[in-house]
Design a protein around this ligand. Structure first.
Ligand code: SF4
Length: 327
């Protein structure tokens, strides 16, 4: 399978704000390393999940990957071509073919616009339709692909007239209207009722099966990632610490952080006897990255070496990579 997206050594660093007095007196600039050197490949029709706690850099990775935030370093290849501001042609194609589904369907739809205009916006901005009739036909097609049927009944409504699930389907229709080959879905069901989450995930998988769309699914929920992904990447403080086949990560992951996440994952009753690993210490802060292995202050297996030497992400089995000195 060919790679749709390839990310090489992606870094997103920001100058941090420590508070007025601290900034005034401090000579040191605080650097927030939100994303700190990520390599990732996503194949055609593949669903890869990026899983980690809040503050791990998942959303920033997704945004940087779509050039929606600045990149400090690194290269992004889309369908084999380097995407950068210098390569205008590749960037234009990338902007059309790579789309984002946001977490909050309430915030991501302009309440003053009709559904017709919201979904048609990418077509209009990119001058891809020549008549009102063509615009309506494309919107109807996108809405129906996203499960809004009959589309004619909904497209003259406003977002507040729709349910949460219908709004998220409109968000998906807006992402689908330019026939994307890659979608970053940032916590796409976390704001929805449990009863409609499965429908939205099913829709994403159907789109993958029918159109070969590849997804980067960003989620804090490992069980959800396990349910629909081909591969799972576990992220901690700006880095991927383990990546591999979804079944393998859920069943026999090797990194102590992945093991802790898996141990608290909801599972069928027959697996209920496993030991829960509750991590100690503070939640990650990308402005204060520990020396050595960045997980060492919370790692139950840490040794002295872990405090000084950062482990590299190494292939331990075909397609299974882990960053830990003990593996
Ligand atoms: Fe834990 Fe050390 Fe492995 Fe880091 S390198 S995960 S601190 S055992």
């Amino acid at each position: 399978m060919t790679n749709v997206v390839e990310v090489k050594n992606l870094k997103v660093h920001f100058d941090g704000y420590q508070g007025f007095l601290k900034d005034f007196f401090s000579k040191e600039k605080k650097l927030i390393k939100a994303v700190d050197g990520i390599d990732l490949e996503i194949k055609k029709g593949e669903i890869v999940s990026l899983v980690g706690e809040s503050g791990s850099g998942k959303t920033t990775t997704g945004k940087a990957l779509l050039s929606l935030t600045h990149q400090s370093e690194g290269e992004i290849l889309f369908e084999g071509e380097s995407v950068s501001q210098k390569n205008k042609k590749a960037m234009k194609l990338f902007r059309q073919k790579a789309q984002m589904i946001y977490q909050d369907p309430y915030q991501s739809l302009n309440p003053r616009n009709m559904i017709l205009d919201i979904v048609a916006e990418p077509l209009v901005v990119n001058k891809l339709v020549t008549s009102e009739q063509e615009k309506k036909e494309r919107v109807i097609q996108a809405l129906e692909s996203a499960g809004i049927k009959p589309a004619e009944r909904f497209m003259y409504k406003y977002p507040h007239e729709l349910s949460g699930g219908q709004r998220q389907r409109v968000v998906i229709a807006s992402a689908l209207i330019l026939n994307p080959s890659f979608i970053v879905a940032d916590e796409p069901v976390s704001m929805l009722d449990v009863s409609i989450r499965a429908d939205i995930l099913k829709l994403m998988v159907e789109q993958r099966d029918e159109k070969g769309i590849s997804y980067l699914l960003i989620t804090h929920d490992l069980s959800l990632a396990w349910l629909i992904s081909d591969r799972i990447a576990i992220m901690y403080l700006g880095k991927i610490v383990e990546i591999g086949d979804a079944e393998l990560i859920a069943g026999s992951c090797m990194h102590p952080y992945s093991k802790a996440l898996v141990s608290v994952m909801p599972v069928p009753r027959k697996m209920k006897n496993r030991e829960r690993i509750i991590l100690k210490g503070e939640t990650p802060n990308p402005g204060r990255i520990p020396t050595g292995c960045r997980f060492h202050p919370r790692c139950p297996a840490a040794t002295d070496r872990c405090k000084t030497e950062e482990p590299a992400l190494k292939e331990v089995d075909s397609g299974h990579y882990v960053a830990c000195h003990l593996v």
